[in-house]
Design a protein around this ligand. Structure first.
Ligand SMILES: [Zn+2]
Length: 388
């Protein structure tokens, strides 16, 4: 296939070549430019801001793509920044009023200045209380901000996948094992990573994985963990492969280990997946070193991602008192890590080339910052319906 059309709201926006097949020559002719960051909403001049749509989900104008009408309806000043008035508007469709801040990621926050430092510290190996001590706020504030950042990161990942014309490289799949509440309750996170770009395409939670053993003492001390939903690993594998397949119209080259769930799902999804299996080999001194090297080379991208994930987030360590309390929070913070990995973190911090995984797949032209990632609020319904 020569290229793919990117459709937003039923409108075809561009023909962009698939990554890895037609690189530079055709990309320059693409009608849709690379994804450039926008100016953050709170930093915009009062007279330069026009609301692009209604912020209320129930309003018919919430999904407006163009020609949205809202009139100025005064302004207000905040105590902490009284010199810059914030404009208010009234929607001409539902007649409700809203302010410019409804379009900022920090909407309705008492301390919006904490959002970006918290995001940065959450991927720097800090636990919530350490972040709170460092920033001079309550630990519960960090918890609330991390939930908001996790939701934002999920939407951001979804949006970045929607902006891709196609996946033109093999995808490496594996489950990352972490814990919720204690080591007795395991959570699998299915991760799909590009083999050559290291771009994280998707994440999916896999419910609680089955325990392998528990001592009598631990059984007496701890309550029984939630039993895993039947087939949770198969379900998460199916969801993540369906997501990646939607962006691989020419078929998907999948690389994984020999987990039985992967074979089941690949059989179920049909012949559009070319599956390459590398069984986990015997790594003892008498084992086959050639097979070990072949497996490690093929699955390097996902192994590296899991190492970074365990290293960069406090609650993913095997021995810690910082385990997340909820499964959704752990998944949200994993999504935040994936956004940081894709858009902000350089492929190599040792080498002078300033290259991110998103630049490798020609999604962006330069490394982004947390300011760019959180420049505007992402509305769930607009992401789901329009991918904008
Ligand atoms: Zn409205």
């Amino acid at each position: 296939m020569d290229g793919l059309s990117l459709s937003v709201g039923g409108r075809t926006l561009c023909q962009r070549p698939v990554f890895g097949t037609h690189r530079t020559a055709q990309t320059s002719q693409c009608a849709l430019p690379m994804w450039e960051p926008r100016q953050p909403i709170p930093g915009r001049r009062r007279d330069r801001f026009r609301p692009p749509h209604c912020p209320y989900e129930e309003c018919p104008a919430h999904l407006a793509v163009s020609h949205y009408r809202a009139i100025h309806k005064g302004s207000y000043r905040r105590k902490r920044d009284p010199w810059r008035p914030i404009p208010r508007f009234r929607c001409e469709t539902c007649r409700r009023t809203f302010s410019r801040e409804a379009f900022a990621t920090s909407y309705f926050l008492k301390r919006p200045e904490l959002l970006l430092p918290v995001a940065n510290l959450l991927v720097s190996g800090c636990a919530n209380r350490q972040i709170a001590r460092h920033l001079g706020c309550a630990p519960s504030t960090v918890t609330r901000l991390s939930v908001r950042l996790g939701q934002h990161a999920h939407r951001f990942l979804e949006l970045s996948i929607a902006r891709l014309a196609g996946i033109g490289e093999p995808v490496v799949l594996d489950h990352f094992e972490t814990f919720v509440r204690s080591q007795q309750e395991r959570l699998g996170i299915a991760t799909a990573v590009g083999q050559t770009s290291w771009f994280v395409y998707a994440l999916q939670g896999a419910g609680y994985l089955r325990l392998r053993g528990r001592s009598r003492r631990k059984r007496a001390l701890k309550r029984q963990p939630t039993s895993p939903p039947p087939g949770s690993v198969v379900d998460s594998t199916q969801r993540i492969l369906e997501c990646v397949l939607r962006r691989s119209p020419g078929g998907l080259d999948l690389i994984s280990d020999d987990h039985p769930a992967y074979r089941v799902v690949v059989r179920r999804l049909g012949s559009s997946i070319r599956h390459q299996v590398h069984a986990n080999p015997d790594r003892s001194p008498g084992g086959d070193a050639t097979r070990v090297r072949a497996r490690d080379r093929a699955l390097f991208a996902v192994d590296l991602l899991h190492k970074l994930l365990r290293h960069s987030q406090a609650h993913h360590r095997r021995e810690t008192i910082a385990f997340g309390r909820k499964r959704a929070s752990a998944l949200g913070r994993a999504a935040l890590f994936a956004v940081w990995r894709n858009m902000i973190k350089l492929v190599s911090e040792r080498r002078p080339t300033r290259l991110t995984p998103a630049m490798r797949i020609e999604l962006t032209s330069r490394p982004w910052t947390w300011v760019d990632v959180c420049a505007r609020r992402l509305f769930e319904r607009r992401i789901k319906d329009l991918s904008i």
